[in-house]
Design a binder for this molecule. Structure first.
Ligand SMILES: [Fe+2]
Length: 230
């Protein structure tokens, strides 16, 4: 249990689940369309992501996330800076061999460089079996083009071998694996990927993120969120 902790938080973080998910999926689809165009333009080919994987980031947290979730962070003296909504449409099975191993990054506008995001707090919204894997990967990371929509500067991934490379880089070893059965604090500044299996056709999940000015490292996150550990 080096890279995660389950948290004592509501099982569903959303205010009006179905209405919110519909809104999030539409927004994410629009953003992903513009991303695809940019990727096409810059790399001369479509990204090799699976057909309907969308994500979008939202800073208007109170419009979507339940007050009972936000209240839980108040005694800790911190609040989330944004959340990401992910929708993998038409995918009832996402095998680890079909996912992109990555670590999380955001673009530091001040220093004009990508920096790591140490952690997130994640919820699986669609019932199913989700496994989070952390990998030991020795190859150099490959960073995104900087000419991308703002949402993709807020949360993106450093990939391996090439951008959007599907599967596990050769020589990579699993260093930890957990089935996500509750709200979970996960380490995101080391390589990771997620598998999913469900009878549902769309995987929705939510990830709350915090400013690195408030919580700067994984070890710091372990201290700050300790009162919420299950
Ligand atoms: Fe990630």
């Amino acid at each position: 249990m080096n890279n995660y902790r389950f948290l004592n938080l509501p099982k569903n973080p959303l205010i009006k689940t179905s209405a919110v998910l519909q809104k999030l999926a539409i927004a994410a689809t629009k953003v992903n369309s513009s991303r695809r165009i940019l990727l096409d333009r810059h790399q001369g080919k479509a990204p090799s992501l699976s057909g309907g994987a969308f994500h979008e980031c939202f800073k208007n947290i109170e419009d979507f996330i339940s007050p009972s979730v936000l209240d839980a962070f108040r005694p800790l003296g911190i609040k989330p800076s944004f959340f990401a909504s992910f929708a993998s449409d038409g995918e009832s099975s996402l095998k680890i061999e079909e996912r992109v191993a990555h670590y999380d990054i955001c673009f530091d506008e001040e220093n004009k460089k990508w920096s790591t995001i140490p952690f997130g707090i994640n919820w699986e919204i669609t019932p199913g079996d989700t496994f989070f894997y952390w990998w030991n990967i020795s190859s150099d990371p490959i960073f995104p083009n900087q000419d991308i929509p703002p949402s993709f500067k807020l949360l993106n991934g450093a990939h391996f071998d090439r951008r959007n490379q599907i599967g596990i880089p050769s020589g990579a070893e699993v260093i930890e694996k957990v089935q996500v059965t509750a709200p979970i604090l996960v380490r995101t500044d080391i390589p990771h990927s997620v598998s999913f299996n469900s009878s549902a056709k769309t995987r929705y999940n939510i990830s709350l993120r915090f400013s690195t000015d408030d919580v700067s490292t994984w070890d710091h996150a372990l201290e700050v969120f300790k009162p919420l550990f299950l």
